[in-house]
Ligand binder design. Sequence first.
Ligand SMILES: [Zn+2]
Length: 68
Amino acid sequence: MLTGMCPECDALVHFTSMPKTGHRSVCPYCRSRLIVISSNPIMLDWAFAEPIDTTNPNNRRELPNRSR
Ligand SMILES: [Zn+2]
């Protein structure tokens, strides 16, 4: 089964075909924007519109906007 786990809510995100690394998706449950970081097995991480500033330890991983 082509599924990956949402890093935000741990829900299984289903794919109709094997996604490539870098494929972007949206969690159907929490609406987090996700990106495929590994295709076998499928692993998902949060997708960001802008590169993350890894030089700032306080800004390495921002949580998705939960306002909606
Ligand atoms: Zn989710």
